[in-house]
Ligand binder design. Structure first.
Ligand code: XUL
Ligand code: CO
Length: 446
């Protein structure tokens, strides 16, 4: 059964076949209970709505290491000591896994696909070799690239930043990497290109010219955009906000900060946001908040689907299994008309203690089921006449009379004053928060 989706010479996940939808009553941990790719919800299939992607880095490159100890998993594709041979094994394992999970997309950093060489040229060659192999695997499996990116935060040279590094020589190294990663993304038909500014921030204001660094960042992003367009990349550029970790403060702190930055530097026509749940919560917001701010600005591009831990102040990147959270996220995404070029990328890692090979499958199944349920519940909420009436009703005063004139820009501050005096003290209007919260629960469990 698993033979049909085995593509390389070695099978890395023997005994596990293509994951199937078995329905809510199934007790099989290796089956979907809610994600039915072909089921129609709000005019599109679940597959078309959710556009799931699996990330290369956590799932195939990481083995469970944390700052206090090494990895706990020894993956069969990570045994070859020669880096390019290991990269090829890893790619075979990755495409076998993508196929068995039945996701339409994957995402990568340049260094996930191919090891860094001893020079810019050698690194480019390594990446090109792996891109050629990826292209072949993509053709064989019909799996597409949601986005590519460059890892310009792990190498020690980037310790003071990449595009915001105070040393121009390092900025140029980052430029070389982003150029090659854009080439790779374009070659593989990527629908988006992501910038996560891992070290684009500062540790101390005393040694940092923040104004210069932010200007350099904007200049760098403009150069990347222009290069991408010059090679025919017509996809969306995405900035992934995060407030901190590894830096004390990152410039792309949250959705609203990034929106302001992009607009200030005239980058908002080409760039949108890749909102990550755990980054929003690190910024002191909810996942849904950052999604809402991005959609309000017409700039929601894509989503890194994961979750944090309410008791931890760091990026735990857990798999998103909180149905409530996923429902609130899907409510914002669906109300915005759904994804266009974006999707739900599982930027999530299994726990250090999860050492069975099946845990990778179980984790992704849980995330996909949680978002599938979230989609179904969100559609109910979006079409619920009680909720619609309640929300619209709160703003009813802007639909006629002086309220309507205010919206049309016909009033002055003096007019507001005169109206206020004429009208007298406003009558208190209940916000009905408990009612809407109850309604959400009622609709979910209906
Ligand atoms: C780090 C993070 C990255 C980006 C891509 O917190 O989320 O993996 O998604 O560089
Ligand atoms: Co991410």
């Amino acid at each position: 059964m698993s033979r049909s989706v085995h593509i390389g010479e070695q099978e890395y996940f023997p005994g596990i076949g293509r994951i199937r939808y078995e329905g809510a009553e199934s007790d099989n941990p290796l089956a979907f209970k809610a994600y039915d790719a072909t089921r129609e919800v709000a005019g599109k299939t679940m597959e078309e709505h959710l556009r799931f992607a699996i990330c290369y880095w956590h799932t195939f490159c990481a083995s469970g290491g944390d700052p206090f100890g090494p990895g706990t998993r020894v993956y069969p594709w990570a045994k070859n000591a020669e880096p390019m041979a290991a990269a090829m094994d890893r790619m075979d394992a990755a495409f076998e896994f993508f196929s068995k999970m039945g996701v339409p997309y994957f995402c990568f950093h340049d260094r996930d696909l191919a090891p860094e060489g001893n020079s810019v040229g050698e690194s480019e060659e390594n990446l090109q070799t792996m891109v050629a192999m990826a292209k072949e695997r993509m053709r064989a499996t019909n799996i597409r690239l949601l986005w590519g990116t460059a890892n310009v935060f792990s190498h020690p040279r980037y310790m003071n930043g990449a595009a915001t590094n105070p040393d121009f020589d390092v900025v140029a190294q980052a430029g070389a990497q982003v150029k090659a990663a854009l080439d790779a993304t374009q070659e593989l038909g990527g629908e988006n290109y992501v910038f996560w500014g891992g070290r684009e921030g500062y540790a101390s204001l005393f040694n940092t010219d923040t104004q210069r660094e932010q200007e350099n960042l904007a200049r760098f992003l403009g150069m990347a955009r222009d290069y991408g367009r010059s090679i025919g990349f017509s996809g969306t550029y995405l900035i992934e906000p995060k407030p901190m970790e590894p830096m004390k403060h990152q410039y792309d702190a949250d959705a609203q900060t990034v929106i302001g930055f992009l607009r200030h530097y005239g980058l908002d026509k080409d760039f949108k946001l890749n909102v990550e749940a755990n980054h929003a919560t690190l910024a002191g917001h909810s996942f849904a908040h950052d999604l809402q701010m991005a959609t309000d600005a017409g700039m929601l591009g894509s989503v890194d689907a994961n979750r944090g831990d309410p008791q931890n102040g760091w990026d735990t990147d857990q798999f998103p299994t909180d149905t409530n959270d996923c429902t609130q996220a899907m409510l914002v995404i669906l109300a915005d008309g759904g994804f266009t070029s974006g999707g739900l990328n599982f930027d999530a890692k299994i726990r250090r203690e999860s050492v069975d090979i099946e845990d990778m499958f179980i984790a992704h199944i849980g995330g996909m089921d949680a978002f599938a349920r979230g989609l179904v519940f969100a559609e109910r909420m979006l079409n619920d006449s009680q909720l619609i009436a309640l929300r619209q009703g709160r703003y009813g005063s802007f639909g006629s009379g002086e309220g309507e004139n205010f919206v049309a820009g016909k009033l002055t501050l003096g007019d507001l004053r005169d109206y206020a005096e004429r009208n007298g003290e406003p009558q208190a209007q209940s916000g009905k928060q408990e009612l809407v919260e109850n309604r959400m629960n009622d609709l979910m469990f209906r």
